[in-house]
Design a protein around this ligand. Structure first.
Ligand code: NAD
Length: 248
């Protein structure tokens, strides 16, 4: 691990980390860039995760999310999620923003997670009422107990706006940070992709972790090439060691 990066992190006032679906790839949850398998191989995620797709065929979209929920339930946080949870205690101030909808950061123990795109384990109706329980035994999608509208996953689909409070909290953290990490994200889905440039505009360091190049790589101050499940534990270990050597 680059000692200059570890020194910058140890001295940082506020570190923000933006994670994307690559962070969960090592837990067996495919990214949107991976080919879909089985029944779903004929569809592109970009054609299912939209309001238009749900209007056209709500049952198809509901069933796709039901299948993804099963995958998430069976998955376990990986070493990258664990290291991110540990970073929270190793850094002066740490804010985690995720584009992931799988809840694995919370399951790994990250205390506060800004869920930029919602969470597939929650449902709400198309009129916005949250669903406490979902009855999967009847017609699919089930209907809202309050107003009768169709239930849908509580996620932000392509072409939908990020909820105002979530966007405001994430933007405020990015405006305040002196280091921004972009981990496991292709950095093409807006507005999340713009957070890195927003941080750099006020002088924050940009650190990327990804096995493949992205539109952020060239502009990054540190580009760590490799899977997050390998790079993040190394980063946490280097910070732990530095902290121990400062204490002794
Ligand atoms: P993306 O699918 O566009 O890109 C994934 C990125 O992860 C790529 O750059 C890839 O090189 C990188 N990657 C692959 N394996 C990795 C690993 N082991 N470690 C680190 N990086 C790795 O994902 P995105 O940028 O998050 O944006 C697409 C949208 O996909 C988001 O809106 C998100 O909500 C949604 N999504 C979420 C999940 C999830 O919750 N797990 C899964 C699929 C898609």
């Amino acid at each position: 691990m680059d000692p200059a990066l570890i020194a910058a992190l140890a001295g940082a006032r506020h570190v923000v980390m933006l994670t994307g679906s690559g962070t969960s790839a090592e837990s067996g949850i495919p990214t949107f860039r991976d080919a879909q398998t089985g029944l779903w191989a004929q569809y592109r995620p970009e054609d299912l995760a939209t309001p238009e797709a749900f209007e056209r065929n709500p049952r198809l979209v509901w069933d796709w999310y039901a299948c993804r929920r099963e995958l998430v339930e069976a998955a376990r946080p990986n070493a990258g999620h664990d290291a991110i949870a540990e970073l929270d205690g190793l850094l002066h101030r740490f804010t985690l923003i995720t584009q992931n909808v799988d809840g694995l950061h919370q399951r790994a123990g990250s205390p506060t997670v800004i869920e930029f795109h919602g969470n597939i384990m929650r449902s709400r109706c198309t009129a916005g009422h949250p669903a406490d329980t979902v009855d999967e035994s009847g017609p699919r999608p089930p209907r809202c107990r309050r107003c009768g509208a169709l239930l849908r996953p509580d996620v932000v689909w392509f072409d939908e706006a990020i909820p105002g409070d979530v966007l405001a909290t994430a933007t405020a953290a990015v405006d305040d940070c002196d280091v921004l990490f972009a981990v496991g994200t292709s950095a093409v889905v807006q507005p999340a992709a713009g957070l890195a440039a927003q941080a750099q505009r006020h002088g924050a360091l940009l650190v990327e972790i990804n096995p493949a190049p992205t539109p952020l790589t060239e502009a990054a101050d540190f580009a760590l090439t490799g899977p997050s499940g390998c790079m993040l534990p190394k980063l946490a270990a280097a910070l732990r060691t530095r902290r121990q050597s400062c204490l002794t």
